[in-house]
Design a protein around this ligand. Structure first.
Ligand code: NZQ
Ligand code: ZN
Length: 397
């Protein structure tokens, strides 16, 4: 196991009715700005519950944070917060609202050009406090220190991270997820699954409990994901998915192990260029990451095949093939297509994505920093479409 330090300061309030706890989490004299997205929280009644719980506090609303939150929109929130002397933010929504709120919290007291927080990774010296009421289990943003922000004008989609943007608290009420469209439920399961893979599918370092935690999270997603699509208002299913997605990216399973993140970084470019949902990019790219990085990941791929998918083929190579096919089938079974052709994207995407990766300095990705633009090119080429002419189909990539 590698050395690590681990601290996660976010308080989690989990379960039905927990929105009522907001009153105890935010100072009574706070000037609060509620941030939210395109209106789902109005339709499903979550915003009403939040406003009721905040009682007599001074509360402003900033709606309109879009999926893949943009710098352009978020800067309008920063201006409003300055004008209104806001000192507490409350994100009500999915990962995009949580991420956007992290940026707003960091940008409000920031003295220079706020885009530098993202583009240059300029360290923060302060951020204003915020909490999250999560309505979409997927990103783990509710209990981590990362945000992914897009600058529309330049088609940059980049992450930033700071210990100052851990949420003070996050409320996870599974009933808020009943209203999710099937596409977003499936996206959440795929994203959380990919987060586990990024921290698990590297090389073995004898981190026994991290491996078992990671496998437990993946098995739970495999079991519960289809149930959430079949029975959207099953509390226990929604609760299990919600807590699994949080644990998949809150630092716990990353402690003491190598991390990859190749698939995410290439995926962000696909979203920036072509507008695919975050999870769609992961469903397309992950089978190709496994195939192209097969040699470096061999030990963990075999472990993944045997412990997660229960594959008992005596040949390790055949077991890996089957595990890659099972991964693709799982994403497809949730209704998330796994080839670029399914999204109308063709081979001319390859040079465009590679250009973006170079522009963003993403030229040495992966747990061994050996995913060069050339390797990324091979991955994207594998994603274009199922090659049925050679007998290679969706199951044989
Ligand atoms: O905007 P509204 O109207 O709220 O609708 C949203 C949005 O259209 C809808 N939705 C959310 N909760 C709902 C609901 N609809 C009905 N009922 C509910 N309860 O779902 C749509 C997608 O929401 P979004 O927040 O964009 O999805 P998600 O949570 O998947 O977040 C994706 C963003 O997070 C970033 C992604 O790159 C992407 O920008 N990520 C953040 C990470 C982090 N902070 O650690 C890590 C991830 O890998 C990821 O990169
Ligand atoms: Zn993700």
């Amino acid at each position: 196991m590698q050395n690590f330090s681990f601290r996660n300061p976010t308080k989690i309030l989990f379960g039905k009715g927990q929105i009522g706890s907001l009153d105890g989490e935010i100072p009574t004299n706070a000037r609060v700005m509620i941030t939210y997205g395109g209106g789902s929280v109005k339709k499903n009644g979550v915003l009403d519950q939040v406003r009721a719980a905040l009682g007599g506090r001074t509360v402003l609303e900033f709606p309109g944070i879009e999926p893949n939150p943009t710098y352009e929109t978020l800067m309008r929130a920063v201006e409003l917060a300055h004008r209104e002397d806001i000192d507490f933010l409350l994100a009500v929504g999915g990962g995009s609202v949580a991420d956007g709120t992290k940026f707003i919290a960091a940008a409000i007291p920031f003295k220079e050009e706020p885009w530098d927080i993202v583009a240059e990774g300029t360290p923060l010296s302060e951020a204003i406090p915020f909490g999250v009421v999560l309505t979409l289990p997927a990103t783990g943003s509710e209990m981590n220190s990362v945000a992914v922000i897009t600058r529309q004008a330049t088609r940059d989609k980049l992450p930033f991270s700071s210990v100052l943007v851990y949420p003070r608290f996050s409320i996870l009420d599974p009933t808020t997820t009943y209203s999710l469209p099937a596409r977003q439920t499936a996206n959440g399961v795929v994203d959380a699954f990919a987060h586990v893979l990024e921290q698990y599918l590297t090389y073995p370092v004898n981190a026994a409990v991290q491996d078992r935690f990671a496998e437990g999270l993946m098995l739970t997603l495999i079991e519960e994901g289809p149930k959430a699509l079949a029975a959207p208002e099953d509390y226990d299913v929604r609760a299990n998915i919600m807590w699994t997605a949080t644990l998949a990216l809150n630092g716990l399973i990353a402690a003491g192990v190598p991390e990859d993140w190749t698939t995410h970084m290439i995926g962000h470019e696909l979203t920036a260029l072509y507008g695919l949902d975050h999870a769609q990019t992961l469903a397309v790219l992950y089978p190709a990451t496994m195939a192209v990085c097969r040699a470096g990941k061999r030990g963990k791929l075999v472990q993944y095949a045997r412990r997660v998918w229960g594959i008992d083929n005596p040949s390790d190579e055949a077991a890996i093939d089957e595990a890659i096919a099972c991964t693709r089938d799982f994403f497809e079974s949730l209704g998330v297509p796994t080839y670029l052709a399914d999204y109308g994207i063709e081979a001319n995407a390859i040079p465009q994505v590679i250009d973006q990766l170079r522009r963003h300095g993403m030229v040495a990705l992966g747990e061994r920093k050996d995913v060069t633009p050339g390797v990324a090119e091979q991955m994207i080429a594998l994603c274009l479409k199922a090659d049925r002419s050679t007998g290679l189909n969706a199951r044989a990539t």
